[in-house]
Design a protein around this ligand. Structure first.
Ligand code: B12
Length: 209
């Protein structure tokens, strides 16, 4: 089995330490950090998702897999090429209300930080009111909203409606993402941008600054 296959399998088995040490080994062997992410870690969690959807895995096991993925992400983080802070932008990011998925949001945050942006992470299960208060307090140029459940996607719409009603959308770009979110949905709810993944998210913000 190749090293990447071993990493993917270790994510699927929720072997936290193994994922960390194998990811480190992959980097030491000269593999690119983003390649380890996209070709080893992400395929692992994709398979976990499929098995979860078929009731072959249950929440406690998926939690272990998520922690294993996070261990891999933490390992590769210092190896991502850090750009000088030539881009000046403050970004508030969080996962919407009733949604506790944060791995994707954390990855987006990591790519923003790697590109020199200042990021204020609101965490998970963030209500529309809390997002609005954070905008008033931090006055960022960009707001990133994450949702992983079809049932929490409407929270994005609710958050944007509140932001609009408080007049906070002026000079603010709202970006949405997460596995069930689409470009059409983003347009429909009045978001300014949609990005499919963390790299695209960072490139989109670079483009808008
Ligand atoms: C790990 C996981 C969990 C973990 C979360 C742990 C954590 N700390 O995040 C736990 C076990 C807690 C969990 C719980 C639940 N989960 Co869950 N989970 C997953 C799983 C397997 C992986 C998600 C993940 O982390 N992917 C890896 C990350 C890196 O990818 P990502 O999040 O998509 O992010 C990328 C992009 O979407 C994008 N992106 C993400 N956010 C943002 C934000 C912005 C601004 C931008 C621009 C881009 C962007 O960039 C990211 C990186 O490139 C998925 C299946 C899947 N394959 O998606 C199911 C999945 C999302 N869960 C699902 C469900 C049903 C649940 C539960 C309701 C189960 C239950 N019965 O209780 C609960 C809900 C809890 C809650 N209230 O939130 C369903 C959702 C179905 C649906 N369509 O609504 C899925 C699809 C599984 C399935 N096949 O059925 N889950």
């Amino acid at each position: 089995m190749s090293l990447y296959e071993q990493i993917s399998l270790a994510v699927q088995k929720g072997e936290i330490e193994e994922v960390g040490s194998l990811s480190k080994q992959a980097l030491e062997e000269g593999n690119n950090a983003l390649d380890v992410l996209n070709s080893a870690l992400m395929p692992g969690i994709e398979i976990v998702g499929e098995k979860f959807g078929r009731d072959e895995l249950f929440i406690p096991e998926v939690m272990m897999c998520a922690q294993a993925l996070q261990a891999g992400i933490n390992t590769i983080n210092p190896f991502l090429t850090k750009e000088q802070s030539s881009y000046k932008a403050k970004i508030v990011i969080g996962t919407v209300a009733n949604d506790v998925h944060d791995l994707g949001k954390n990855l987006v945050k990591m790519m923003f930080t790697a590109n020199g942006f200042e990021v204020i992470d609101m965490g998970v299960d963030v209500s529309a009111e809390k997002f609005a208060a954070a905008l008033e307090e931090h006055k960022p140029q960009v707001l990133g909203l994450s949702a992983l459940l079809t049932t929490t996607m409407p929270e994005m719409s609710k958050t944007i409606e509140l932001i609009n009603s408080k007049g906070l959308h002026n000079g603010l770009q709202i970006m949405v993402g997460g596995a069930p979110v689409t470009e059409d949905f983003a347009k429909e709810i009045g978001a300014d941008f949609y990005a499919d993944n963390a790299i695209e998210a960072a490139n989109t913000v670079k483009g808008m600054i």
